[in-house]
Design a protein around this ligand. Sequence first.
Ligand SMILES: [Zn+2]
Length: 373
Amino acid sequence: MASVETVPVQRRALSKVMHAVGKIQYNETGLATVVTRVDGFIEKLFVDTTGVRVHKGDHLAEIYSQDLAVAQRELLLARSSPGGVANLLESTKAKMRQWGVTDAEIEKILQTGKALPYLTRYAPIAGTVTEKMVVAGSFVNRGDVLYRLANLDSVWAALELYEYEISWVQPGQPVELTAEAWPGQTIHGLVTFISPVLKEDTRTITVRVNVDNRAGTLKPGMFVSALIRVQLLADGTPGPTGLAGQFMCPMHPHIVQPTGGTCPLCGMTLQQLPGRAVTVTPEALQVLAVPVSAVLDSGQRRLVYVEKARGEFVPVEISLGPRAGEFYAVVSGLHAGDHVAVRGNFLLDSQFQITGQPSLLSQEGMSPAAHTH
Ligand SMILES: [Zn+2]
């Protein structure tokens, strides 16, 4: 008559879903600064604007250096003097290498007997020129920055997660990102780092997501929305990501392999994601789940009404894991196949309360079996 509706408690795959916002940042492993190691005049800038994409080893600028001219004369003198000057030859070579003259250039000078007019600075990495600090003709001092480069093949998304969410996230966790600039497009990333420090002003913890950006869609400074789906284990704890202990390229997050080594694309040393490789059975991912609508929550206790016989209900106190969509993971108090009221349960509870029986707000006289924690 109370039109109580029940559903059986079942095991099912559950995922806890979290939303977060974040900002795109440079991947710090893909940043480089080009400095001059000699005093001199900028003779020529091959790369004269920011935003230019360069390959590793591309020439960027030529510098005229008096010191270099002197050193090259020494080098040629040492070469042409027979015997006793090997030390001078080697020390001059070493000095020139320190200034950034390549071995190939030194060999060329020695072979041709001709001094290089200028010192050339080359791109140490492939990437985009983000800053150009000098103009042609200017004088630079040793240590001055000429360019800053950033490789944007991979970027970081810095997400802000609340304290209560952080226990759900681990390195290797897949993250789905969306950016306002690309509506409808989902960009995939992997959590690689969780800040050890809480930001006191926002009460959030920064989670770094490494994102493959070879398509060039994400630009540092952009805001992104993140969706994190964490599979739950039967005990209500987060399931393994499957990537713990695996090795990943810091610039190419899609390069993941079980053993260490170097990245086949960029040659960088692969970094190991923290944690131990764990495999779980498909059964372990089947979580005893109760619909959210079945649960009466007093803030202190959580109760469901279980149908013991047709039309006969008893209140059962249950212990719940996290909420996953329209379900809660059940830690204790229920068994698969139990029928719980999902409609009319509030009415049942007030009926129990009125008639002085144990209910949500009154624990008196509840069956001990129901007190499982
Ligand atoms: Zn790589």
